[in-house]
Design a protein around this ligand. Structure first.
Ligand code: FDA
Length: 400
């Protein structure tokens, strides 16, 4: 008989088990995977972008946006850095507050394993949970390593992204079993796909990268980012697309400003007087040349013959303004996403309206807790998802 059983030994589950164990609780940590914490291992290109110094509620999506406040305030990026310092793990800031290990993500896994050791956490791994039941004394788990009984149950089974690494909908199924609502799960932080015929004119641009401003949605569901975009053979990728994908709804357009923070039409008009150069030469000097050539080629195909060869001095302001507007307001309707196989996270999950924001306990089911990605709190790209895993894990452990 344990005080607490934690299902899922990923970021949230290990953190929760360690803190609960160090508070003196008898904790068992269960995972069906052969290898420990694969998502931490592969994250951040093997260096784990373990937090973001600026992490706050505004960096998370949820049907209930204020839910994450309490846990995030209770365990901050600085708290995680203090833990790293105590394990002598070196780190660096890369870009926009994103913090990475100097060495390897293995050091985060080893740190969490050691913290679990300090809390005398017992491991059951690999161990499959076939059935979860509840009685007056708590929870009874029928597993591939026999029956496990615990007074309280923490579900830290993550989301469905990357099923090839053992991701499942276990957490969501368990939530439904106990009567909790689930916000429809969807792949997020995922490449967007485009209709091959629609994309053909741009397929040639594969490899072109530039910073863009992009947006989608309206009102509370609006996402807006300034990030790097990458053209690929099949569509668009890079951090800009991963970020916006979390906000994108099927059928909706995304709007890209391909010359963010500039007035490209104004720059072209200013370059006109006495200029004998052709438009494609001048645009190619102001913008990535391959993109300029392809953009003008596509405009010619769409009904503006001779545009690329237009002499600057002869180009009507109206034409240049229309060209600039098209570049600053490129509207595209993706055909879909690359799915859970390519997604970094799952959006949606256990509806937070059924959970207590301080403890992560199910309001209607005493002793049942949900933490980490299984919960309907999804972070932006850049270390936010791990910060949620640490913070929700610690909030839960302190309340157990
Ligand atoms: P996590 O997925 O870590 O752990 C869940 C655990 O539950 C797993 O060990 C799994 O085996 C186990 N489990 C599932 N079903 C089970 C069952 N039925 N029985 C028993 N165990 C079960 N985030 C970030 O902040 N910075 C980054 O750099 C990255 N990079 C990144 C790269 C890639 C390729 C991916 C796919 C994801 C990221 N992420 C990220 C996201 C981050 O990895 C993710 O949000 C956290 O790992 C979520 O932590 P959890 O503990 O909730 O789930």
């Amino acid at each position: 008989m344990f005080d607490v059983a934690v299902i899922g030994a990923g970021a949230a589950g290990m953190m929760c088990a360690a803190v609960a164990g160090q508070r003196g609780l008898r904790v068992v940590l269960i995972d069906h995977a052969e290898r420990l914490a694969e998502k931490i291992r592969i994250s951040g290109g093997g260096r784990c972008n373990f937090t973001n110094v600026g992490a706050g509620p505004a960096n998370f999506l949820s049907d209930n946006p204020h839910f994450c406040r309490s846990a995030l305030a209770g365990y901050t990026p600085q708290d995680f850095l203090a833990l790293l310092r105590s394990h002598r793990i070196a780190w660096h800031e890369k870009h926009r507050g994103q913090l990475f290990c100097d060495d390897s993500s293995e050091s985060i896994i080893e740190m969490l394993r050691a913290e679990c050791g300090a809390g005398r956490v017992q491991w059951r791994m690999p161990c499959r949970v076939a059935e979860v039941g509840r009685n007056d004394a708590g929870y009874v788990l029928r597993t591939s390593q026999g029956e496990i009984r615990a007074g309280k149950l923490v579900v830290a089974a993550g989301g469905m992204a990357i099923p090839q690494l053992g991701a499942t909908d276990f957490g969501l199924k368990l939530a439904r079993q106990f009567g909790l609502k689930v916000i429809e799960p969807r792949p997020a932080l995922v490449p967007l796909t485009f209709d091959p015929a629609q994309w053909r004119p741009f397929a040639e641009l594969s490899g072109v990268a530039l910073e863009v401003a992009l947006s989608t949605g309206t009102g509370r569901a609006r996402g807006e980012f300034l990030e790097d975009l990458l053209f690929t053979h099949r569509g668009l990728s890079g951090p800009a697309i991963l970020q916006i994908s979390s906000y994108w709804q099927p059928g909706q357009a995304i709007v890209l400003d391909l010359a963010a923070g500039r007035d490209l039409a104004g720059e072209l008009i200013a370059a006109k007087p006495g200029n004998r150069q052709q438009l494609h030469t001048v645009l190619g000097g102001l913008w990535p040349r391959r993109l300029a050539d392809q953009w003008l080629h596509a405009a010619e195909q769409a009904g503006q013959p001779g545009l690329a060869a237009l002499r600057m001095a002869d180009a009507p302001d109206k034409t240049l303004r229309a060209l600039g507007q098209g570049i600053h307001e490129w509207r595209l309707v993706p055909s879909g996403t690359a799915g859970y196989k390519k997604a970094e996270v799952m959006r949606g999950g256990v509806d937070t309206r059924g959970l207590d924001q301080k403890s992560m306990q199910a309001r209607q089911v005493p002793g049942l807790y949900f933490i980490g990605e299984a919960v309907d709190v999804t972070g932006w790209l850049g270390g936010y998802n791990f910060q949620w895993a640490w913070a929700s894990g610690v909030a839960c452990a302190r309340a157990l």
